[in-house]
Design a binder for this molecule. Structure first.
Ligand code: PNS
Length: 165
């Protein structure tokens, strides 16, 4: 039984994330999409909202499970007896960050294995931060997220703007 983990903050879950999840699910028996905390970022969505978004995007793929976890990634890796972590790569700047994370995770757990999948070329320059920035100013994010996530992002932005007034 080969279990892969696709971890991330997924704030929000984008078409790029969806593509990586679907492609990696074809390479393993079970893919666990793990909504985790990145302490360098402040999340717009709650963990429950992010789990809901990932589930909406992936509900038709039988070997994908979405979970949330507040722990070190290597602890989850050990617990699930995972074979690899999957991360999407967009650019060289992603690679630098991923190499640092990989080094730390391997020092903590030498059996840790990461697989990098290149992002779809047309999505290579979108990110959750860009999606939030565009949506904040009322821009069109329909080519970056699925319609249900688009609605959730716009609703959240309206709440944020209402909080400011
Ligand atoms: O989508 P992101 O924000 O790039 O994902 C980063 C994430 C959540 C995978 C990373 O911050 C993480 O693994 N967090 C869990 C805590 C942990 O293990 N931190 C050490 C990583 S070196």
């Amino acid at each position: 039984m080969k279990t892969f983990i696709f971890p991330g903050s997924f704030d929000p879950f984008s078409l790029g994330h969806m593509d990586i999840a679907r492609r990696s699910a074809q390479l393993c028996d079970k893919l666990v999409v793990a909504i985790m905390e990145n302490r360098a970022k402040t999340s717009l969505f709650t963990v429950e909202e992010r789990v809901h978004m990932a589930e909406l995007c992936l509900k038709d793929v039988p070997n994908i499970e979405v979970i949330s976890r507040e722990s070190l990634l290597v602890d989850l890796y050990r617990e699930l007896d995972a074979s690899a972590v999957v991360r999407g790569l967009r650019s060289e700047s992603d690679f630098r960050y991923e190499a640092e994370m990989n080094a730390a995770n391997t020092l903590m757990f030498p059996n840790y294995q990461v697989i990098f999948l290149p992002c779809r070329a047309d999505l290579a320059f979108t990110s959750s931060s860009i999606i939030k920035e565009v949506a904040y100013y009322g821009g069109d994010i329909s080519r970056m997220v699925v319609p249900a996530v688009e609605d959730m992002v716009h609703k959240k932005m309206l709440e944020k703007q209402a909080e400011k007034t």
